[in-house]
Write a protein that binds this ligand. Structure first.
Ligand code: GMT
Length: 375
């Protein structure tokens, strides 16, 4: 197949899923065309089946806001026509689904029919999409898609609950590529972070409010008062400055390292003992799956799609949003002795195998075929 993929090219979960999906499809012999405003973060190598088409937005003094959606729709028309694509797969509804609808209408005037698959990733529904600013456009463009997928059953339910959707939605969960995410020997790095063999806790995110990163710090503060440990905060975003200040207030700066954005996240996960993801809402929790693939158990909230990934008492624990005491107690339970920790680590790895790329990729391929046949 010739597949067009539209996504945010950043480190965000939806962009990562889109890029990894495109790479995997290309390695299976499909021709994959990424259409986005800059080179996707993880598309940093050459493959004969991978193409990148840049959407450039012409600025003009009249514009306070340059019209990206129109530029994207125009680029989609161009790429679909000249590359003769079979299907367009857009990740994150805003504004990709409506741009794809616009392109589809324009292409129809050339006698070209292009099926569109929209994958909803989370905040495009739970936070941004249901805001009245975007809701009519999001609802319309989901209903006009030829196929719609969500990354969890919970996000599917949310979509039906908050929007008037007439389409069937298929759940295809996030996946993990074990070729990249697996435990690596990084003893020198572990020694540098935890010279006295302290436990290492880790959080990775974009430090947005929805991630409740201050809860990470507060949970850690309780854990380190019982078990010698260190905390790695990976990523960057609006809450980081507050979190750094909170570490000072709690007098734990010596035990917390803010590492900023990191490419080789699997190396940092490889030295970690416990992943903390106390999010307010999380449609799936790809970051937690990446941790589990590297044998890191997970303390999470029971929000959104997290219960579809994290299995309580097996590969981690789930607590209510904001239950800092509960999450700290469960963290201590996992970290309290080597045997317990090792068991949770093995279980985390076993659970991650359910989301192996090799198992999930065929679902996308057969869904494309179904959508193309029925469109
Ligand atoms: O986690 C983020 O804030 C990034 C966000 C995105 O849209 O790029 O991630 C969402 O999509 C990921 C991939 O499908 C999911 O694993 C994340 O759970 C989801 N984030 C939220 O729902 C907050």
């Amino acid at each position: 197949m010739k597949i067009g993929i539209v996504c945010y090219p950043t480190f965000g979960g939806s962009g990562v899923v889109a890029t990894e999906l495109g790479k995997a499809l290309a390695s299976e012999g499909h021709q994959v065309h990424f259409i986005t405003y800059s080179q996707p973060a993880r598309l940093d190598f050459f493959s004969a089946n991978l193409f990148y088409h840049e959407v450039s937005v012409r600025d003009y003094p009249l514009f306070d806001y340059a019209p990206y959606e129109s530029a994207l729709a125009s680029k989609l028309v161009d790429v679909v026509r000249f590359e003769q694509l079979d299907v367009l797969h857009v990740h994150y509804a805003i504004p990709h689904a409506s741009a794809a609808f616009m392109a589809k209408q324009i292409l129809a005037s050339y006698g070209i029919h292009i099926p569109v698959v929209t994958t909803l990733h989370g905040t495009d529904i739970t936070l941004v999409g249901k805001d009245p600013t975007y809701k009519p456009v999001v609802t319309f463009s989901i209903n006009q898609s030829d196929g719609v997928t969500t990354v969890s059953q919970d996000l599917k339910d949310d979509t039906y609950n908050h929007f008037e959707i007439t389409k069937d939605i298929k759940v295809i969960p996030n996946f993990i590529d074990f070729n990249r995410f697996s435990l690596q020997a990084k003893d020198h790095f572990k020694k540098a972070i935890a010279p006295n063999n302290e436990r290492i806790l880790i959080h990775t995110s974009n430090f947005r409010k929805v991630k409740r990163t201050a809860d990470v710090i507060r949970i850690f503060e309780k854990v380190q008062s019982v078990i010698p440990s260190k905390l790695l905060m990976v990523g960057d975003g609006p809450e980081r400055a507050y979190d750094e200040q909170l570490c000072r207030t709690l007098n734990i700066c010596d035990s917390v390292r803010f590492l900023g954005k990191q490419d080789a996240i699997e190396e940092i996960l490889s030295v970690s003992d416990l992943f903390l993801i106390p999010s307010e809402s999380e449609s799936f929790g790809l970051a937690a799956l990446e941790a589990m693939a590297c044998k890191v158990p997970v303390i999470s909230t029971n929000a959104g799609g997290l219960p579809e990934l994290n299995v309580n008492g097996y590969c981690g624990f789930l607590d209510n949003v904001g239950d800092i005491d509960g999450m700290a107690a469960h963290a201590i339970e996992i970290l309290k002795d080597d045997d317990t920790l090792q068991q949770f680590k093995e279980n985390a790895f076993e659970r991650a195998k359910d989301f192996d790329l090799k198992k999930i990729l065929p679902s996308y391929v057969s869904y494309y075929k179904e959508v193309i046949e029925n469109a």
